[in-house]
Write a protein that binds this ligand. Structure first.
Ligand SMILES: Cc1cc2nc3c(=O)[nH]c(=O)nc-3n(C[C@H](O)[C@H](O)[C@H](O)COP(=O)(O)OP(=O)(O)OC[C@H]3O[C@@H](n4cnc5c(N)ncnc54)[C@H](O)[C@@H]3O)c2cc1C
Ligand code: FES
Length: 369
């Protein structure tokens, strides 16, 4: 036999074996991994029939039960925790970074990682049953800085979103050129909960970010956008304490919602907002905040720039928000704080507040991770 003949037979044999393996794998997938229909019981009161083999998170979404999933199911936010009473099996390596040993003992799991392979019983907070999904219409998208867009989204006719000032929603970014998967991402509501017809968001562009590229480059006024919510335990507290608010960048969004809510509800509590940015250009919606200063009798806005340029012609405070707190805040044992923005900012502000006497239980925060 010629060398060419030997090569041809070898290639044909390898192709045959590969084909047979692919067939066996697909057969195994259809039989072994086909778990069939399973029963999912929530809070001992609601039974659903779901397809086995799917993640718990996506099975819940199919049943219109929306668990928070700020990273869109990537296993990197830890927001999608549920308590599994029965049928969860062993905790997975991908969950370990987010579920503490104590939580593991209570059966807490990441619903985006856990697959349903047997009948399952879970427990979730009752308020998650009131989370709704609507198709909003984009009323406007305005650029407030070169990297931050202000969006106003109109609710469908006759619908209403009940939320607390400070909470967030998730948008569903669809597939677009260069992105072939739909993803949910979390954004804080910036409007007053008393504005019943629409919601507002501030969305900062993240380089190569799936959802933010969609919003900044593809989303247009008039388009429809799927929104699910509300979520979150960072919201306005009904107390009489003086309030300290700290934010940088788009972390200002939920603070804006709380301030507008206080204005609309004629709440006259003393409140100081420390708002930081790099340059004057990044210090957005200052006109709106200054207007709120006129409308809210006990509200004071204090801004600072960490990297003012010559063009900024900045005569105000220089440095980071932590410098502002060191300078302006005295004993704050009887005050409560609302912190919002990057994890680094929040982790550096917390010890300052506690050193000035604020108990940890009076500090609320939302980390944009
Ligand atoms: C409760 C909550 C509320 C939030 N509210 C807001 C809000 O009001 N406005 C807002 O703009 N964002 C907000 N975020 C952040 C938002 O959910 C997204 O994480 C962010 O917009 C990036 O999404 P993406 O799909 O564009 O990026 P992805 O595709 O998820 O990320 C792309 C890459 O960028 C990195 N990355 C992700 N986020 C950042 C970041 N902020 N800075 C630098 N690198 C990053 C990722 O690690 C990844 O490598 C909030 C997050 C949480 C958890
Ligand atoms: S959705 Fe983010 S960890 Fe599960």
């Amino acid at each position: 036999m010629t060398t060419l003949g030997t090569i041809a037979i070898t290639v044909a044999t390898i192709s045959g074996i590969t084909g047979a393996l692919a067939f066996l794998l697909s057969l195994a997938n259809k039989t072994i991994a086909n778990y069939g229909e399973m029963k999912l019981t929530i809070n001992d009161s609601k039974d659903f029939t779901v397809d086995g083999g799917e993640t718990l998170l996506s099975s819940l979404v199919d049943q219109k039960v929306f668990i928070p999933s700020a990273c869109g199911g990537k296993g990197s936010c830890g927001y999608c925790k549920v308590t599994v009473i029965e049928g969860g099996g062993q905790i997975l390596p991908t969950e370990l970074g987010y579920v503490t040993p104590d939580e593991q003992k209570e059966g807490i799991r990441l619903s985006c990682q856990l697959k349903i392979k047997t009948d399952m019983k879970i427990q979730i907070p009752e308020e998650l049953f009131s989370v709704q999904q609507f198709e909003y219409r984009v009323e406007f998208i305005k650029e407030v800085t070169p990297t931050i867009k202000h969006l106003r989204l109109m609710l469908p006719e006759g619908e209403e979103l009940q939320f607390k000032a400070g909470q967030y929603i998730q948008i569903l970014a669809p597939k677009y050129k260069g992105n072939d998967e739909e993803v949910y991402r979390a954004y804080s509501l910036a409007s007053s909960p008393l504005d019943k017809k629409a919601i507002e968001l501030y969305i900062g562009l993240v380089k190569n970010g799936v959802a933010t590229t969609f919003v900044h480059d593809y989303l247009k006024p008039g388009a429809k956008l799927t929104v699910v919510g509300p979520y979150g335990d960072f919201f306005y507290q009904e107390t009489d304490r003086e309030m300290v608010m700290v934010a940088i960048g788009t972390g200002m969004a939920p603070i804006m919602s709380i301030l507008k809510f206080m204005r609309d509800s004629h709440i006259k509590r003393k409140v100081t907002f420390y708002f930081g940015a790099r340059t004057k250009e990044d210090l957005f919606e200052i006109d709106t905040l200054e207007q709120l200063e006129k409308e809210l009798p006990n509200f004071r806005l204090i801004t600072c720039l960490s990297r003012p340029t010559e063009q900024c012609q900045w005569t105000g405070e220089k440095g980071r928000v932590t410098d502002l707190l060191e300078k302006f805040l005295e004993n704050c044992a009887d005050q409560e704080a609302y912190l919002c923005g990057s994890p680094v900012m929040i982790d550096s502000v917390m010890p300052i507040l506690m050193a000035k006497g604020m108990p940890e239980t009076q500090i609320l925060y939302d980390k944009f991770e």
